[in-house]
Every structure is written in structure tokens, then in C-alpha cells.
Design a protein around this ligand. Structure first.
Ligand code: SF4
Ligand code: SF4
Length: 460
């Protein structure tokens, strides 16, 4: 039987250094190596600008259709992405919250917003979540968790492990609601790692935590100078010892975020060698990834001159991940169709501060004037700021024509809303895939052949 099809606008074809031809589709995110005898046919079909006819029983055509490289003649891909985007943003099926049990921290990072923010109380006793706010939060969860849905919590701070008691108490209450409503409960935690002992990891796991993220700011000397304890001592050794022990003794998935900027980029391979010596390259549940330090983010507010622009960071990623692969680390940055973009533009996403201030974006935490709501016993009372996020759209002219739109979806909404384009003008919001996708695809293919490719759903 004949079928009319056309080539997807999100096809990417890469010829690797070893002559391998790879096909990637940014909507399905399928990556495949094309057999030498099919390459001409593949190139011809995917390059065609006009619809054409295929034999629907042809195995190769079927494969290309399944992988999204060929699509029905009458499918408007951009409209279908628009529909998927708005339905993901405004779906109530899966409810997520980021909860900050305390804004206190045992670290004194040189870039931290909390101590300098006029909006964060200087009184440590007022920086932890009160019983009243906890009760309001549980009522909010009760109203938002639907029958047979999924409820996810990310614990964030301050340093959330300073108030493990609040995490335990709230987790118990959330789990009870989810069980009653036959919904699934998942949690993750962003911690500085200093208190993440195996014993604490077991308690977290008992409370539904499946995923931990810790951050290193570079090799020991650099990390210790940027992320010391409040008393000034270094924290690198303890964090890495904790991560090693937790990965040996528990089932938690650990993600090590390595912050990179112009100050530490040249010493990243030294850090990777250090982590390898400790065996962290060989743990199935340990991933590393490189985080871009941005001028507007907490990590770089006071040190903008050291930030890498997006294109620069994209080049750095290729070099750093190649080094990581050489050292046998698993590569976990594989792109995925990010159709709803981030939690900041979702209708039900919420970040709850200990005071009851509600935010859409992680980057505005600690800024009372940028809160998008106030948590009360009747739910969230939205402020006018929330309109900015709800009204945001990724379908700006430049994005509509972009060949990586499905994996980027307009970049970071905070950057486009608040004009943080300083790192590259019009490209300031563009994600790295726009600049390094081809080189990264070669790397992914190599990692796949060596059994070192991990497909992760980590958010940017
Ligand atoms: S991606 Fe941007 S808008 Fe979304 S949470 Fe992060 S900083 Fe905020
Ligand atoms: S922000 Fe840039 S990379 Fe992302 S979809 Fe728009 S044009 Fe493409």
C-alpha cells in the first residue's frame, strides 16, 4: 500500500569522524546509525522539501516513520508541538511542588542570595517552615492531588537536610494522601551533600526520595574556596566521601552537578580524574553533569565576568563530556522532548518558601517582591507577578523556525521574561543544543556503543 509522507523539519544528520552516518529526530529524540547501503535513500528522503509516496510495507520506511523522520503529509508539526506544549503546561494529571523546609544553610557560599537578600529574615528561627505553613501546604496538596495521578516533590533550600524532621513529617502526610487517592508519590532533593550520610540517605529513601543532586564547584581547592562551611572549613572531601558511601550502600540515584565557568573550566579534567579514582565513574546510579554558571543565577550574581556565554559553554560541554567518556563516566545529558518547558510556566507548579511565599521559578526564591502567590489555609492567593509566567510563550518568531525547538521550547522563560540576554543577544535564551547538537550526537553514539549512555529526564 502506498502512503504520502514528508520529512520532519526536526531531522538532523551527522557524519561521525569514523564515517558513521547518524540520524536524530528532535521530536522523537531517536538516534540511529544508518546502514551504508541505505544512506543515499535516507539522505534523499529526509532532504526532500516536498511530500512523496512510500510503500507502507517497506521495513526501512516503517522504521523512519516510527522514529519520526518521516511524518504524514498532512501533519502540521508546529501546530502539534503547540498543542502538546499547552496541554503539558496546563495538565493537572501530574502535580509537582518544590518545598523549602528552611532557608538556613550550613554553608557560606560566596555567591549565595540568602544572606544578602533584604527579603530573607535575618532571624534563623523565622527561616524554617512553621507548623501553620506546613498545615496549609498539606491542605494545598490535598486539593491538588487528583485520584490516580502522580505527585512529585523536590526538597530544596537553604540546606533542606538541616530540617530532616520537617521533610519526614510532611512526607508522611503526603504519602498518606497519595495512598488514599491511589496516586503515586516521588521525591527528590537538592542538597549541598555535607549531611548526606548513608544513614540520612536511608531515611530519605523511606520517605519516598529517589533522587539526590549535589553540587561541586570544581577541584578541591576551588570548591573549598567557593563553598566553605560557615566557619570557613572546606567541604569537598566530606561531600565526595558521602556521595561515595551513599552510592555503595543505598539505591538512591545521585547526580553530581559540576558548576563550570571561566575560572574552573581548565581544571575540570583534574576533577574528573579525582572522582574516577574514587570509583564514581563505575556506579550505575551516579551521574555527572556540567552546569552553566549564569550571570543572573545565584551562582554568579557577583561574578558575572567569569560566566561563559551559551555558545562558549556549548563548546566546553563537548570537550568536558568527551573527557568524561574517555574516563569511562556515563553520559546522562541525552536530549529529550521538553514540550512543557520548565515548571515555572506550568499552571500547577509551585515553589513554597518557609514563609508561605510561593514562586514559579527557582531563580526568584528569596525575592519577596517577585513571589507569584501567598499560601494561605484556603490555597494560593496569586499575585500579579503570576501573569508574567502564565502569559509566556515559546512561540516567538525565532523559535518557530528553530530546528531544535522540541528539545528547547524557547529556552529559559526567566531569561526571556526578565531580559537576561547579556550572554549573547538574541541567542541569550538559546539552549546549548542549538550550538553543539551535532558534536554531542557523535559523542552519544560513541557512548551508546560502549554502554555508557544514560537517558535522563533531568531538567535544565
Ligand atoms: S529554567 Fe529558567 S524559568 Fe525555568 S525554573 Fe530554571 S531559571 Fe526559572
Ligand atoms: S530559544 Fe533558541 S534554541 Fe531554543 S527554540 Fe528558540 S531559537 Fe531554538
Amino acid at each position: 500500500m502506498k502512503k504520502r509522507v514528508k520529512a520532519s523539519r526536526y531531522n538532523h544528520i551527522v557524519t561521525g569522524q569514523d564515517g558513521d552516518v547518524l540520524g536524530f529526530n528532535a521530536m522523537s529524540c531517536g538516534l540511529g546509525s544508518i546502514d551504508p547501503d541505505k544512506r543515499d535513500r535516507f539522505a534523499q528522503m529526509t532532504a526532500s522539501r516536498e511530500p512523496f509516496e512510500i510503500d507502507s510495507e517497506d521495513e526501512f520506511c516503517k522504521e523512519l516513520f516510527r522514529g519520526g523522520f518521516l511524518i504524514p503529509e498532512d501533519l502540521d508539526e508546529l501546530s502539534s508541538i503547540r498543542a502538546a506544549h499547552y496541554s503539558a503546561r496546563f495538565s493537572e494529571q501530574s502535580t509537582g511542588m518544590t518545598i523549602i523546609p528552611t532557608l538556613n544553610c550550613n554553608f557560606a557560599c560566596d555567591y549565595c542570595y540568602e544572606d544578602s537578600s533584604v527579603h530573607v529574615s535575618k532571624d534563623p528561627s523565622k527561616r524554617a517552615m512553621s507548623e501553620e505553613v506546613q498545615d496549609n501546604l498539606v491542605e494545598l496538596a490535598e486539593s491538588r492531588i487528583k485520584e490516580n495521578s502522580v505527585f512529585t516533590v523536590t526538597w530544596y533550600g537553604g540546606e533542606p537536610l538541616l530540617r530532616l524532621d520537617i521533610i519526614e513529617s510532611l512526607s508522611k502526610r503526603f504519602k498518606e494522601i497519595c495512598e488514599r487517592k491511589q496516586s503515586r508519590y516521588f521525591a527528590g532533593i537538592i542538597t549541598n551533600g555535607y549531611l548526606l550520610t548513608p544513614r540520612t540517605a536511608v531515611i530519605l529513601a523511606q520517605n519516598g526520595v529517589k533522587f539526590c543532586q549535589v553540587t561541586l564547584d570544581g577541584v578541591k581547592a576551588v570548591h573549598d574556596s567557593r563553598r566553605p562551611l560557615r566557619g570557613g572549613s572546606g567541604t569537598f572531601d566530606r561531600i565526595v566521601e558521602n556521595v561515595t558511601a551513599v552510592s555503595e550502600q543505598t539505591d538512591l540515584t545521585l547526580s553530581i552537578r559540576i558548576n563550570a565557568d571561566n575560572r574552573n573550566s581548565s581544571s575540570i579534567s583534574e576533577l574528573l580524574c579525582d572522582l574516577r579514582k574514587r570509583g564514581l565513574h563505575d556506579r550505575e546510579k551516579v551521574n555527572i553533569y556540567f552546569g552553566q554558571v549564569l550571570e543572573y543565577s545565584n551562582s554568579c550574581r557577583d561574578t558575572p565576568d567569569f560566566c561563559m556565554a551559551n555558545e562558549e559553554f556549548a563548546d566546553f560541554q563537548v570537550v568536558a563530556y568527551r573527557k568524561a567518556l574517555e574516563l569511562d563516566f556515563r553520559i546522562s545529558t541525552y536530549p529529550f522532548a521538553n514540550l512543557g518547558n520548565c515548571g515555572a510556566v506550568k499552571s500547577v507548579a509551585s515553589i513554597i518558601e518557609p514563609s508561605g511565599d510561593v514562586h514559579n521559578c527557582w531563580n526568584t526564591v528569596g525575592r519577596h517582591d517577585m513571589r507569584t502567590g501567598d499560601l494561605t489555609h484556603e490555597g494560593v492567593d496569586a499575585t500579579r507577578n503570576s501573569i508574567n509566567w502564565l502569559g509566556w510563550t515559546p512561540f516567538a518568531v525565532k523559535c518557530n523556525d528553530c530546528e531544535v525547538l522540541p528539545v528547547c521550547m524557547g529556552g529559559c522563560p526567566y531569561r526571556s521574561l526578565f531580559g537576561a540576554d547579556e550572554n549573547g543577544g538574541d541567542n541569550g535564551t538559546c539552549i546549548w543544543w542549538k550550538f553543539n547538537l551535532r558534536k554531542m550526537l557523535e559523542l552519544f553514539s560513541e557512548a551508546q556503543k560502549r554502554g555508557k549512555l544514560a537517558v535522563s529526564q533531568r531538567k535544565r
